[in-house]
Design a protein around this ligand. Sequence first.
Ligand SMILES: Nc1ncnc2c1ncn2[C@@H]1O[C@H](COP(=O)(O)OP(=O)(O)OP(=O)(O)O)[C@@H](O)[C@H]1O
Length: 721
Amino acid sequence: MADNTQAQTNETAAEAANDPVFQQEQAHLLDTYAKLKAMAKTLAEKMERRRWQAAQDKDDMQEEVKHNFASDGEAQETYVDYAVLNNLIRDYNLEQDADSERLAAAAKLLEQPYFAKISLEMRPGAPAKDIYIGLAGVADDNYRRMVVDWRSPVAEVYYNQENGATSYVANGRTINVNLLTRRQFDLERDQLHAYFDSDVAIEDSLLLQSLSAQRSEHMKAITATIQKEQNLIIRHKDVPALLVAGIAGSGKTSVLLQRIAYLFYRNRGDLDPRQVFLISPNPVFAKYIENVLPDLGERNPETITYREFAARLLPAGRNPKAEACPLELLWRIDDAVEHLTFEPNDFRDITFYGTRLVAGAAIMQLMQKYPNVPAGPHLVTLVREELFRRLDARLKQMAATEAVQDELLCLSLDEQVRLFNAPFDPQTEQEARDCALTYLQERFSGAVLAIERDEWLRLDRIGMRLLGVENLPASAWLYLNMAVTGMGNPDARYVMIDEVQDYTPDQLAVMARFFRRAHFMLLGDPHQAIRPETASYEQIRAVFRRLRGSIEECQLLTSYRSTPEITALFAGLLPENERMSISAVQRADTPPALIACPTQDDYERELRAAIVSARENDGLTAVVVPWKHELKKLARLLGDDMPRIIDEGQRLPASGVLALTLPLAKGLEFDHVIVPDAGPGLFPADDHVAQNRLYTTISRATRTITLLANGSFTPLLDFAN
Ligand SMILES: Nc1ncnc2c1ncn2[C@@H]1O[C@H](COP(=O)(O)OP(=O)(O)OP(=O)(O)O)[C@@H](O)[C@H]1O
């Protein structure tokens, strides 16, 4: 960080008492807090009154509704009464929703009314305007902004971190301003603990304070201390694909979550959380981040792993991870589908419970009804819709048969009540048929799904004909399905992929095509690619350029997670030109411990000692090994001293010692990390992937790292010895 820093802090009570600025800010805080409290109280009372009034009005009006359908005219009047009643309820709900949003904002701000202030000269010579920035925005009764939301346009000036002439963009207009003061606050409710004024390129005191706090079992939002390079990504304009390369601990995941919160704000009322997808590396990671957005007052997006995503689309029982699939095969699909024509054997019967509902041959005939529509998504959609109609007609026909009517009589009483809300006792033939149809619709609901999922198409056969490949790899099957049937999610607007370097090129191509209208944000670190088959950054660019037209890029080069000593250790594994541009912001701390043990006895003793002493540490210690069988080996060696093993689906504890594999540790962080075996066996010097594994393992540590070797260390660490 830059040295030309002028930070003022007020930390002791005595200093604070003599500092007029502190006193002024404390008074302002007390005033804001009191207003927020009053506002919350008024809103809560107003909402309660409205709730009561709405119930009252609804009862009164319901009594007045005539329920008279005797003549057309009277029925018309009844409909109008209902419409008035519904409008009334809707209006109440709208007002209630708006107030409940304001109340939620006020409640959030009562914990921390704001975290920063900027003083702006909006025009040369104009008096300075003070703007307080917080997690949400609120205005007082006179519509004066008391606190502005961190995502509002003017707040950008705070994150630009440049005193003097600067600008922000609002409603497409660039507004030039002069930033006179940029002040950060350490405060809680109505108590100011300290303030920090920063000049020019800042020493971010609040950042240092936040980083020195012990990490917890959950990730935290970084709203108050977002750095300039991070802010550029959070507020980036929408582009087809934005690729971020950031070193370990540079805040990629934090930035991703802040961007989601920013997008929800910018598209308030228009962006539904179901239109935003976060592809997460594993379930432990998903649990680690699950509180960040709710803490920011936003809902979580759809969070899924690639495995879950693919499993939902693949035929039952098919392994989404299975075989490698070269990109060329996918690109060949694009070409081949252009010349596709369907053949009679491309269709299978839709059969359920031994009943053939639609024959494959009939589907071929349906296709032939559209001779001018080329084989592909449009034709498949037309046929799919026709199949729904046919299924419906078929079920209606079956409902009229005696066999089905007899089946209904054999249903248990419970079943009858569940299906028809009453025992089966039809008074007319039509009623009997309606019940039979309800029964059949439930019984054959699988057929609706099969039509929806285009299971009537023999994709493997089509693949074989087009590509000459017998068993299509999972990704090729999905890609072919998208090309032939148009399968995909056109409603998704944003897709965030964290740890993008961990996906294979074909998996990325599948997602790029599936979410065909979404803006992609891809965050990763090429040096954390711990499997040889995953995509290089060059391949990621190629995939997104081809499927999304273009890709923009950003870099993050500062480590916020680890101490300078730990950062130097993992950066030492990188090529020199890259190492040079990496920096760390935390204060210096304990140097890494590298313990080489000449004998097995020494090794066992040192390893046990490291784990025993970790049990006395504050915070959380992780023993990280590359693979599962290394965990087993360790458990055999340590017996009762073996730390608790964390598996997929488990949450991290707040403190203690645990053991886990690197694939699960990815994306997470621990106060202390122990690498039980950093020898050449697990980390051969000439193996690029092993080097990445070591870099990733070391960079999980925030405060201390201990590496052991049973014999000598891997030559990869020669620079550190
Ligand atoms: N601007 C910031 N202010 C405060 N803390 C920050 C900031 N940026 C990052 N951090 C902290 O640094 C740590 C690392 O952040 P994060 O996990 O987002 O990094 P990452 O780049 O995703 O890491 P990796 O790729 O190594 O898993 C977290 O504890 C996060 O809270």
